[in-house]
Design a protein around this ligand. Structure first.
Ligand SMILES: [Ca+2]
Ligand SMILES: [Ca+2]
Ligand SMILES: [Ca+2]
Ligand SMILES: [Ca+2]
Length: 203
């Protein structure tokens, strides 16, 4: 909505300039009035206040659909709404292309500055002991902390295995005792437990 002081409206406060406003512009063009600010009388935007500005004003005042374009920040009808767009990453909600959004742009808090999950990206960073590119446990790296090895994972010592032992014959963690090993704590993988030791198919 236009108001007094808007483009062309030195006097009136209506939606469009009134004839009295246009007369004011004409007087200003001939120097008998002073527009304040001057730009509000230059309704054509042509630079300077002229008789043609008052004519354009008059056309609008009588209802012609013409656009007044005063070269000042104030305009007749446009109200500009300023929308502040927050940066999508760091706004706390998951937007397109984001793996996470923890509401900040900091690294090393599980969600990186560019909204990527830090653990599981196959890059050892921050305070990660390891990063094997996944979040699966049992493969030696469990949520970026050194972890134990699940059965059938390649191993070099039994201490690495989550359960059971490292089967030295195949170098895999085994949750059962292979032949030749003690069956006091683990059941035999194959064969029978005879005298505390696993024997494969003794028959
Ligand atoms: Ca976001
Ligand atoms: Ca973060
Ligand atoms: Ca990582
Ligand atoms: Ca893993």
């Amino acid at each position: 909505m236009a108001a007094q002081g808007d483009c062309g409206q030195q006097l009136s406060g209506g939606d469009a300039p009134a004839a009295s406003d246009c007369l004011y512009i004409l007087r200003s063009a001939v120097g008998s009035q002073v527009c304040n600010p001057v730009c509000t009388c230059d309704v054509s935007g042509g630079g300077g206040v002229t008789a043609s500005d008052s004519l354009l004003c008059l056309k609008v005042a009588v209802g012609q659909q013409l656009v007044l374009s005063c070269p000042c920040a104030v305009t007749t009808t446009t109200t500009s709404t300023t929308t502040t767009t927050e940066p999508p990453c760091g706004n706390g909600s998951l937007d397109q292309g984001e793996e996470c959004d923890d509401g900040n742009r900091d690294d090393c808090d599980d969600c990186s500055h560019d909204c990527k999950i830090e653990c599981g990206n196959d890059v050892v960073e921050c305070d990660e002991e390891c990063d094997d590119g996944n979040l699966e446990p049992g493969d030696g790296c469990d949520l970026c902390v050194h972890g134990c090895l699940a059965p059938f994972m390649f191993c070099s010592s039994s201490a690495q295995c989550c359960t059971g032992i490292c089967d030295g014959a195949i170098m895999e963690c085994s949750s059962c005792a292979p032949p030749g090993h003690s069956c006091s704590e683990l059941a035999c993988c194959v064969g029978d437990c005879i005298g505390g030791e696993c024997f494969f198919n003794p028959e």
